[in-house]
Design a protein. Structure first.
Length: 648
């Protein structure tokens, strides 16, 4: 039996390994050893058997030619039969039977011609060596106890028949030699029994050891799998993904094999948990994890849970387009699950995911953590773009403020805790220098009264989705403060790209107008021209629905982004607000020319022109000379509360 344990073959249907299977495994391993042992035993027995030709010539010379010939014939036939069966890979039991038959044939083949000798006395004593055949059946081969007893019993019977029939000796002779043969039979059979029992015990002990070894290996394998598996979803955990990241990183550094990292976040998952409970939340994550695993592994990638509701994908990829295609497939497949989520602030009725993608590049740096950080930044921008979308890392994209994390819980409760408010800045018509419109500006303060800049809290609100509730609140508050009290004819409210992409936004505006009892024509919504153009179709549909309500659509910060002309061509804005930087650059001729060209362009399109950032009398005079329609700025009026608006 081999000292080394080969790999145990487990039953695939039960994924288990029983003690009986361990025994079968060992017996299969012992089969080769037993075959070799039987072959060696037979060749040695044949050699001994043939060597007894010399005693034949000494003790029974008159029949020696016949006995010697019989010995060689039996020996040759036995070896030929055994080798044929061995080459045919016959079962070990047939090889044992062949060896047993060779023993009987050898004994009977020699005995038959030998009893024809004239030297009866010598032959009667020579027969004592027949006991060797009984000992061979019990001791020289690894026969089963039954086969050895049958073989030695035939030899014993042949002996008694021979001395009774062919050697009419005295009773003393028969008794002495008979007792000797019987004693050999009993003695060798008992030893064979003990050897078989011992071999069986050895087999059982080895099987028990192997079974325990398998159990220990299984426990080790289970512990290893557990250490690399997420307990909730059953996919790889962060530890396993970190190891895979290191492998991909080394392959990229050493062999130039590119790879991609995708960070996937379940949108508004905290609200899902709060609405449906943690058990349903766990089930949702498990369902999404199984889907992601099927999609990612079919593409040759590895998926794992990176923490909370965030998943990470590591996948070799030759081009970024492959990674973006996979990301889009993931996003669409999650959408197709159609898991209900009626507590989303963006009015989308199902669970979706946002995905950040980072691809290897020469600028990644010297540590693998850098590419994960880039994927995280891309995910941040995907959330800031309204979620349920994909963003690839771009160094020019805005970075999150690491100190803004404390604002997340504050923005969630800002409305209930009255930490958010609106101030209103007048907008003047230059024809009569009267204010007939105001712009609503959102303000936030900390619980201790410290003001927070809109440049700080607005991006955080967009990333977390809080802007959706804050935006609705701002529109309704502006309608109640300004339009219901007739403080001004029109109020403009800034809307985030997130709001315009949110399903049902136009319907929520219609509901606010109905509850406040004001006309949609008195409400203006300011759209920032830097809005991502890849979502233009959704935005255009929302804007069309708002226009159907009579709501005016203004283009804010015109000229500050890269898509100004595209927006002017795609949408009919009632008013275009020129970014303040163009007015402030008019101190030099080039800046003045730029402002004049921009004004001419807008005027030719037929839009009302509004210039913001008027801070001096000289600027106001310049705008009058340019025949600007409307102006706004600190020189004309500071942002104030609704109560102070009339006095201002």
């Amino acid at each position: 039996m081999s000292a080394a344990h080969p790999t145990v073959q487990r039953d695939e249907s039960t994924d288990s390994f029983s003690f009986a299977e361990a025994c079968k495994s060992l017996e299969a391993e012992n089969d080769s050893a037993r075959r070799q042992s039987s072959r060696h035993g037979l060749w040695i027995a044949v050699a001994v058997y043939v060597s007894f030709a010399l005693p034949d010539r000494w003790l029974i010379p008159d029949v020696a030619p016949l006995t010697i010939a019989a010995r060689f014939v039996v020996a040759a036939m036995a070896l030929l039969a055994f080798e044929a069966l061995r080459l045919a890979k016959a079962k070990i039991v047939w090889l044992d039977i062949t060896c047993a038959a060779a023993l009987l044939a050898g004994y009977l083949g020699w005995l038959y011609p030998a009893i024809g000798t004239h030297d009866v006395a010598a032959m009667s004593y020579y027969m004592i060596f027949g006991a060797i055949f009984m000992m061979g059946a019990n001791l020289f081969f690894s026969f089963s106890f039954r086969l050895s007893v049958i073989t030695s019993s035939f030899v014993l019977c042949a002996f008694f028949v021979t001395i009774e029939t062919y050697f009419p000796s005295s009773q003393v002779y028969k008794l002495a030699f008979g007792m000797f043969y019987v004693s050999c039979f009993v003695f060798t059979s008992s030893i064979n029994w003990r050897l078989n029992v011992e071999r069986r015990n050895v087999l059982l002990n080895a099987a028990e050891a192997r079974y325990q070894h398998w159990e220990a290996s299984e426990r080790g394998r289970s512990l290893l799998e557990l250490s690399n598996t997420d307990y909730l979803t059953g996919i790889s955990n962060r530890r396993a993904l970190d190891r895979r990241l290191d492998e991909c990183w080394a392959a990229w550094k050493d062999e130039g094999r590119d790879f991609v990292v995708l960070l996937i976040d379940v949108d508004f998952f905290k609200r899902f948990n709060d609405r449906y409970g943690h058990q349903e939340g766990d089930r949702c994550l498990a369902v999404i994890a199984n889907l992601l695993k099927a999609v990612v592994e079919s593409s040759g990638g590895m998926i794992g849970r990176y923490g909370g509701e965030e998943f990470i994908v590591v996948m070799p990829a030759e081009t970024p387009s492959i990674a973006m295609s996979l990301a889009e497939k993931i996003r669409m497949e999650v959408e197709l699950l159609a898991i209900a989520h009626d507590e989303r602030p963006d009015d989308s009725p199902i669970v979706t995911v946002s995905i950040g993608v980072a691809f290897t590049s020469e600028d990644v740096g010297e540590k693998v953590e850098r590419i994960v950080r880039e994927a995280d930044l891309a995910l941040y921008n995907a959330k800031a773009s309204g979620r349920n979308c994909i963003r690839r890392f771009d160094p020019s994209l805005p970075r999150p403020d690491d100190n803004a994390g404390k604002l997340v819980p504050l923005l969630t409760a800002a409305i209930d805790r009255k930490l958010v408010s609106l101030v209103y800045q007048p907008i003047f018509d230059l024809t009569n220098e009267r204010a007939r419109a105001v712009e609503a500006l959102m303000r936030l303060r900390m619980p201790d009264g410290t003001a927070v800049s809109p440049r700080t809290f607005i991006p955080v609100a967009e990333r977390t989705g809080a802007i959706l509730e804050l935006g609705k609140w701002a529109i309704e508050t502006a309608c109640r403060d300004i339009l219901m009290t007739d403080r001004m004819a029109t109020v403009s409210v800034n809307v985030s790209p997130i709001q315009l992409r949110s399903p049902g936004f136009a319907a929520s505006v219609a509901d606010i107008l109905a509850r406040c009892g004001v006309s949609g024509s008195r409400l203006a919504l300011e759209v920032t021209e830097g809005l991502d153009m890849d979502m233009q179709s959704e935005v255009l549909k929302c804007i069309a629905d708002l226009r159907a309500l009579g709501v005016e659509i203004w283009l804010d910060d015109f000229g500050s982004g890269f898509a100004s002309l595209s927006w002017l061509r795609a949408i009919e804005f009632q008013t275009v607000k020129v970014d303040r930087t163009f007015l402030h650059d008019c101190s030099n001729p080039r800046g003045l020319t730029m402002l004049q060209d921009m004004v001419s362009l807008i005027r030719n399109r037929g839009n009302t022109i509004l210039v913001e950032g008027v801070e001096t009398a000289a600027q106001l005079s310049l705008l009058k000379d340019l025949r600007i329609d409307r102006v706004q700025g600190f020189h004309m009026g500071m942002p104030v509360s609704a109560e102070r608006l009339n006095a201002a």
